[in-house]
Design a protein around this ligand. Structure first.
Ligand code: 5GP
Ligand code: ZN
Length: 111
């Protein structure tokens, strides 16, 4: 998608702070962090959200990237993974992404 910001980040057309990258996935720090660690795990191919026919291999690569981010960021005390799906859920960038949040006690609000 030519005007999609996360496609541009995945293609390195827009700079980001990359935490992990492989052929399928890129993980980079969120521009507006909601926790001391707030990294986004994004498939390089464009899918609108998690119910957009995402191949199992891509989901597996994203899960592996979460583990790589947790290791790189030292999230051994725990972390949270969130994927907003649709505008009513707060999705603002319509390219599938998983938020990896940690680095502080996240408490029990919103699961
Ligand atoms: P959503 O609200 O769609 O679940 O999350 C989108 C996230 O993308 C937000 O947390 C927002 O801060 C982040 N974001 C939006 N534009 C950019 C950008 O250009 N670079 C980075 N690194 N993060 C962005
Ligand atoms: Zn995209």
């Amino acid at each position: 998608m030519s005007d999609c910001i996360f496609c541009k980040i995945a293609n390195h057309e827009i700079p980001s702070t990359v935490v992990y990258e492989d052929d399928v996935v890129i993980a980079f720090d969120d521009l507006n962090p909601q926790a001391p660690v707030h990294t986004l795990v994004v498939p390089k191919a464009h899918y609108e959200n998690i119910v957009d026919g995402v191949p199992a291999e891509t989901l597996a690569a994203m899960a592996n990237a979460v583990a790589e981010v947790a290791r790189a960021k030292g999230l051994d005390q725990g972390f949270r993974v969130i994927t907003n799906t649709g505008a009513a859920a707060g999705q603002t960038v319509m390219h599938l992404h998983w938020h990896v949040l940690g680095g502080r006690d996240l408490g029990e609000g919103l699961v």
